[in-house]
Design a protein around this ligand. Structure first.
Ligand SMILES: Nc1ncnc2c1ncn2[C@@H]1O[C@H](COP(=O)(O)OP(=O)(O)O)[C@@H](O)[C@H]1O
Ligand SMILES: [Mg+2]
Length: 981
């Protein structure tokens, strides 16, 4: 990867620092020698660093383009794949509190040792839940334990296939907390949609399932140097869902409890939490019942460290939590009593010491009276005779030809048997708890066969200075899981190639089979160890057999010096194992006769606790009938359970979470690059990158590929109208990359790492080329811009001035228009009111006057007629007038005129009356209006509004016409603005 061209002065690169792994540095100087020395200075992305310059040689440096450090969603899509670059990204994300990173199919979770991060306290869980099945098409949310759980849930529901979430990592990396997060998420997402009635049932079940965690942690976890709450067993928890996707049951399988921790632990560590919790939290009655009044009696529990007040307080609280959890899950009080009676019994048993005494010419193993009394109490607690226990611990009785031969044990042998009894009782109790939880929570029979999700929380790969039998089994387990991972990821790739119609290229998939063969075969490391059970032997003899049988196996290594070790090449590196103690640890024997004693306990709980097969002979020839295959060893049991686990996981769709502990201290904001790289290696992260590098490391959708590389075509805008296939052809032709290195699939373009690098280099070169042109243009533009800006400012000032004037004029006019409109409305209102009112009054007066006139006229007319009649009558009576008509016609001209006037007057008055009657019709209408008005008058506001309107009317101005002002000036204004944009 390195070439001197990448390491010019001023360029950045990664330097492999002995203490902090890969660090980003800048080359400040290069010596002129044939093999140049590079002076480098660390570059800290967060703060200025005062690191002193160092000297480096070429092989310590890896080139980097600053563009590669741009944050990216999936690190597998980085333009260059190297552990230095991966580490830098993970490191930068960590410091930005983004502790989850997607690397292909893996979610890498760096333990923040801080639950106060925004990603927890904001409680973003609902955001993930809300995405629903759409997340399967690509989630918009960042990776998280929840995102993995979410995908597993919806994959299970939509694909009708069981799922597994495989969480691994070293001790303290956050596996158990992570698994709990996944469990909580699944419980929540599955109950979120449940109907009210079902929901409460689902929630109480969820409580039971969640309550199983503190119980298992109490009996299976312990404080170690790496983790205050370290799980000393592996577990696979199958969460069962019903047809509607509601969580309704769980089944836990446990693996490889660290039995030796029951009796011993390193300085600064502790035995299982349950002992301390009982000692701190038991009530006064319980204390008395189990004789726990004096904690100092149990010094073996506090070897090498004191029990601080703070720890004691924590243990007291935890005891309460565990008791409550046992009740929630459904343990009855008798069971709880028996469980703690066994724990208390072990605590007392471990205080018993043996001494050697010579009597009757032979060495005997005895104990003090006080301790014998303690043993008596243990017997009482367990319903067994203390004499029998003591006899089994201190002697072995065999029968040779019906003759009873009793052999006295040494102090060491007696202590070993005592320890084996404690370990066996503890392990059996732990198993009982797991089985009982399963009995209560397992709903396998009601579960849809495809509707379950398995959560694996298991010890990650371990590689210490000194590694023992435990590490061998742990690493064997991880080798198996890695092989499963390789198969899945590799096969997934092949599947994708087939779906996309890509030529399957010859790729060597990483393969753990040779190592697994070395471990599991009959002549392999574990196989040969089981042979040791069948015959007497020693760790040394076992070691030489391993080397002899696997002489040609290049995955097995022999130490140059005889130091009792062998080396194994694992996927994560070479590990050297100390064979000391292998035989004993594998057999972990307990005398079968001692098991028989326990099985005869008068307490059925204890009698049923140990299976009959639990015992195995110690230091004796095995019975001839018992074949090697029938013997139970730790290695064999583990292998068998691992086989079952792998078969189970094989039926599921897997999801991987690799937990990483960022530094040795269990504290937030500490990042040790070297530790992280080692763990990434152990987690198979770098392996994943290697697989992808060997195959098509990069796969991009057609569109994404076109968008990224179209710039290589000088006239790419013109090509835009071609169909996508033609566009891609044009770009790829220009790239001139081997057909096998770059292939176009149905929806994606596949590139291997070198092809991708070439494409990226071409893109970078094209950008460089464009850059100088752009720079020139930019300079020119910049100076023009300065001038333009000045011009703009002038315009701007003018516009501001104008706008201010225009605006204040507008505001003024607007106020006036508003005022005027108000006035107009008020005028109309008042006019209507006043007009109506006055007209009404006038009309009434007029009508009355008219009526009066008409009446008067009629009276006068009547009078006139009467007078006329009278005069005519007089005239007729006067006999001088024989013809009345003549008499009339005989009116004097004056009389005739008067009569005509009167007639006309009457006609006029009739006309007027007619008109008035008409007007009275509209008068009725008016009265309606008046009525209405009077109604309004009753309304306070309206009344006021009329009053206000009258008030407003005073001094009403003329109407001002604003239209001219506005339209004329607006055009001008617009022109001004156009200059700006
Ligand atoms: N996701 C997390 N966020 C914050 N702190 C965590 C997280 N996971 C683990 N821790 C812290 O790290 C400690 C060890 O985690 P644990 O899950 O017990 O490790 P492991 O099971 O891998 O040994 C926990 O006690 C807790 O303080
Ligand atoms: Mg754990």
């Amino acid at each position: 990867m390195a070439s001197t061209a990448n390491f010019a002065k001023g360029s950045k690169c990664f330097y492999e620092d002995a203490t902090d792994s890969w660090t980003l540095v800048e080359i400040t100087d290069v010596s002129a020698a044939e093999k140049p020395l590079y002076t480098i200075k660390a570059v800290d992305p967060i703060k200025d660093t005062d690191a002193k310059p160092k000297q480096a040689v070429l092989r310590q440096l890896v080139p980097v383009e600053m563009e590669w450090l741009t944050p990216i969603g999936d690190l597998l899509l980085l333009p260059a794949l190297h552990d230095s670059l991966l580490l830098e990204h993970v490191r930068r994300r960590y410091w930005a509190d983004k502790v989850y990173t997607q690397i292909g199919p893996i979610v890498l979770a760096v333990n923040p040792f801080n639950f106060n991060l925004p990603l927890y306290i904001d409680d973003r869980m609902p955001l993930y839940i809300k995405e629903g099945p759409a997340a399967l098409q690509g989630s918009k949310l960042p990776p998280h334990h929840w995102s993995v759980a979410h995908l597993a849930y919806w994959d299970m529901r939509t694909k009708k296939r069981p799922q597994s979430v495989l969480v691994s990592g070293e001790s303290g990396a956050g596996k158990t907390e992570g698994t709990k997060m996944v469990l909580n998420y699944l419980a929540r997402v599955s109950t979120d949609t449940a109907a009210e009635g079902r929901r409460s049932r689902a929630l109480s079940l969820m409580d039971q399932i969640i309550a199983s965690s503190p119980i298992l942690e109490s009996f299976g976890n312990a404080k170690t140097q790496r983790n205050d709450n370290s799980s000393r067993f592996g577990k696979y928890m199958k969460l069962q869902f019903n047809a509607k996707g509601h969580l309704h049951g769980a089944h836990t399988t446990n693996y490889l409890l660290e039995r030796c921790r029951v009796i011993t632990h390193a300085a600064g560590e502790r035995s299982f939490h349950a002992f301390y919790q009982l000692l701190a939290g038991a009530s006064a009655v319980e204390r008395k019942k189990w004789r726990l009044e004096d904690p100092m009696k149990f010094k073996w529990l506090f070897k090498g460290s004191e029990w601080t007040a703070q720890q004691k307080k924590q243990d007291t609280e935890d005891y309460k939590t565990v008791i409550a959890a046992l009740r929630t899950v459904g343990f009855n009080s008798d069971e709880v009593d028996f469980i703690y009676a066994i724990i208390a019994g072990i605590m007392h048993l471990q205080t018993i010491r043996f001494i050697n005494m010579r009597a009757d010419g032979e060495d005997k193993c005895i104990t003090t009276e006080e301790m014998y009394e303690t043993l008596g109490f243990v017997g009482e607690l367990w319903g067994v005779s203390a004499d029998y226990i003591f006899m089994e611990i201190t002697t072995t009785t065999t029968y040779i030809r019906d003759e009873e031969i009793t052999v006295q044990h040494t102090v060491e042998q007696a202590t070993e048997i005592r320890d084996s009894l404690s370990k066996t009782m503890y392990a059996a109790t732990f198993q009982y708890i797991v089985d009982r939880i399963n009995e209560i929570l397992d709903k396998e029979s009601e579960t849809e066969p495809s509707q379950w999700i398995g959560l694996l929380d298991i010890f990650g790969f371990e590689m210490f200075e000194e590694n023992f039998f435990e590490q061998l089994l742990i690493n064997y387990c991880n080798e198996k899981l890695q092989q499963h991972y390789n198969k899945c990821v590799f096969l997934r790739d092949l599947d994708e190639y087939a779906n996309e119609g890509i030529d399957a290229v010859t790729m060597q998939a990483p393969d753990s089979s040779p190592t697994l063969q070395l471990l599991e075969s009959t002549t392999g490391i574990l196989g040969l160890l089981d042979d040791q059970v069948a015959r007497p032997g020693s760790d040394e003899r076992y070691l030489s057999t391993v080397h002899r049988e696997n002489k040609r196996n290049k995955f097995l290594h022999q130490a140059r010096m005889l130091n009792g070790t062998f080396g194994v090449t694992h996927y994560a590196g070479q590990v050297w194992y100390q064979t000391k103690g292998f035989r004993d640890k594998n057999m972990d024997p307990i005398k079968s006769t001692l098991v028989d004693v326990m099985r005869e306990s008068e307490l059925s709980f204890i009698a049923n606790l140990l299976p009959a097969s639990a015992g195995s002979p110690k230091g004796e020839e095995p019975p001839a009938a018992k074949r090697k295959e029938d013997l139970t060893t730790v290695g064999r049991t583990f292998r068998q359970s691992l086989e079952v686990l792998m078969r189970t996981i094989d039926t599921t769709q897997p999801h991987w979470i690799r937990c990483v502990k960022p530094a040795t201290a269990n504290q937030p904001r500490m990042f040790d690059g070297k530790r992280v790289v080692t763990q990434m290696k152990c987690a198979g992260v770098l392996e994943t990158v290697t697989i992808r590098q060997k195959g098509f490391a990069v796969r991009e959708s057609h569109e994404a590929f076109w968008q990224r590389y179209k710039v290589l075509l000088p006239d790419y805008r013109a090509k835009q109208r071609l169909i996508m296939a033609a566009r891609l052809r044009e770009v790829i032709k220009l790239m001139d990359i081997d057909d096998l290195a770059l292939q176009v699939g149905k929806t994606k373009v596949f590139m291997n790492a070198p092809a991708h690098k070439k494409a990226e280099d071409m893109r970078t070169a094209r950008f460089h080329q464009c850059m100088s042109t752009v720079q020139q243009f930019a300079r020119c533009k910049a100076s023009r811009r300065v001038y333009h800006c000045k011009e703009l400012r002038v315009h701007l000032v003018e516009i501001q001035r104008f706008t201010q004037a225009w605006y204040s004029g507008f505001v003024r006019e607007a106020a006036r228009v508003g005022h005027y409109e108000k006035q107009v409305r008020a005028t109309e209102l008042v006019q209507r009111f006043i007009g109506g009112w006055t007209a009404g009054r006038a009309l009434q007066a007029k009508e009355q006057a008219m009526l009066k006139i008409v009446k008067l006229a009629r009276t006068q007319l009547k009078k006139a007629r009467l007078a006329r009649k009278k005069s005519l009558k007089e005239k007729v009576q006067d006999a001088s007038v024989a013809d009345p008509y003549k008499a009339i016609s005989g009116l004097t001209p004056q009389q005739e005129l008067e009569l005509r006037e009167l007639r006309e007057q009457v006609q006029r008055l009739e006309m007027e009356r007619h008109i008035l009657t008409k007007q009275i019709g509209s008068q009725e209408k008016w009265e309606e209006v008046v009525d209405e008005w009077s109604d309004l008058d009753e309304d306070e506001d309206e009344g006021k509004s009329v009053g206000g309107a009258l008030e407003t009317l005073k001094g009403a101005p003329r109407v001002c016409d604003m239209s001219d002002l506005l339209t004329g000036d607006w055009d001008r204004l617009k022109k001004r603005f156009a200059l700006l944009f």
